[in-house]
Design a protein around this ligand. Structure first.
Ligand code: CAA
Ligand code: NDP
Length: 279
């Protein structure tokens, strides 16, 4: 299997890593060399941790050697399955899929790791709606079990079958749903995070108390503000915008504090500061 990944950010690097761990030949693309280097470092660090715990079948170097880093879209021509994991922006993703649809061989499947953007709209932009699907990995990809598989309006049964089979080969559990804003995962998760941010804004409690109440009280592995920092506040805002617009209900209105923090460049872990500070 030749497996393509576009975007070497936190999700793209993780997806490329688990694909390489599954033994696939992987092509990983980003727009600039320095972002590819950052992706390579992320993969190396994660493989090192897994190796230390005896959770890797091969050496970290052998897994890394299966990943080919590139800035060229043409290198995806022979990929059997290509997963896109670039910024959560519909216009930018549509443009990318327009190009990919022309480059990738006939029959090659295209998938998006989008958190919320309509799969059917991206499928149309790709020019191959039957071979298009949502393949939504969870963060951190090397540790999380789920892949949410989202069928677009015209996704073929064969495409869905192949993608679910591939997810299993990657050691993941696929669960499928239909193409509604935010799918299942973020329709339920993101309003909770948004409400936690609203609690900060209204002074309901200190941020540490909000996180602690949800973590200890509900047995969540991370409090919602820590999780928002982990996901990226820009991504959280983009998801809330899709829910608000797509479902047309003000209960999905993004918290003004979330909007302000994104405007201020406080994006969470990836920018060094969000609700908390990171070095
Ligand atoms: C927005 C979307 O569209 C969809 C989404 O993805 S939403 C986000 C979904 N994800 C979540 O909700 C994650 C919630 N958090 C968790 O499940 C856990 O906190 C976690 C799995 C991330 C970390 O586990 P933890 O026990 O809380 O903390 P931590 O001790 O840091 O990590 C456990 C181990 O995994 C390791 N680890 C963490 N990230 C790793 C990675 N990427 N690769 C390899 N190992 C990793 C850590 O080094 C640590 O190892 P040690 O035990 O040797 O120290
Ligand atoms: N964060 C999360 O928890 C999850 C995110 N997702 C989804 O995965 C996708 C990626 O998210 P994530 O990895 O967190 O984001 P990151 O910000 O870590 O990475 C985004 C990637 O997209 C690239 N990019 C940014 N702008 C453009 C552009 N205009 N054209 C092409 N590439 C661009 C970035 O490159 P550069 O470094 O140059 O900006 C980077 O490689 C999103 O669709 C998100 O919704 C899905 C599940 C969980």
């Amino acid at each position: 299997m030749k497996f393509g990944v576009i975007g070497a950010g936190q999700m793209g690097a993780g997806i490329a890593q688990v694909a390489a761990q599954a033994g696939f030949t992987v092509v990983l693309r980003d727009v600039e060399e320095r972002f590819l280097e950052r992706g390579r470092a992320t993969i190396q660090k994660s493989l090192g941790k897994l190796h230390e715990k005896g959770k890797l079948d091969a050496t970290p170097q052998a897994v890394l050697d299966r990943v080919h880093f590139t800035t060229r879209l043409e290198d995806f021509a022979e990929c059997d399955l290509t997963v896109e994991a670039i910024v959560e922006n519909e216009a930018v993703k549509q443009e990318l899929f327009g190009g990919l649809g022309r480059i990738v061989k006939t029959g090659g499947i295209l998938a998006s790791n989008t958190s919320s953007i309509p799969i059917t709209s991206l499928a149309t932009a790709s020019g191959r709606p039957e071979q298009f699907i949502g393949m939504h990995f969870m963060n951190p990809v090397p540790l999380m079990q789920l892949v949410e598989v989202i069928r677009g309006y015209r996704t073929s049964d064969e495409t869905a079958r192949l993608v679910e089979e591939t997810a299993r080969m990657m050691g993941k559990t696929p669960l499928s749903c239909n193409d509604f804003p935010g799918f299942v995962s973020n329709r339920i998760l993101m309003p909770m995070i948004n409400e936690a941010i609203q609690c900060v804004m209204e002074g309901v409690a200190e941020k540490e108390a909000i996180d602690g109440i949800m973590k200890m009280g509900m047995n969540h592995p991370m409090g919602p503000l820590t999780l928002a920092d982990f996901i990226g506040l820009d991504t959280c805002l983009a998801i809330m915008e899709v829910l608000h617009q797509g479902l047309g209900d003000d209960k999905y209105r993004p918290s003004p504090l979330l909007r302000k923090m994104v405007q201020a460049g406080l994006l969470g872990r990836k920018s060094g500061r969000g609700f908390y500070e990171y070095q």
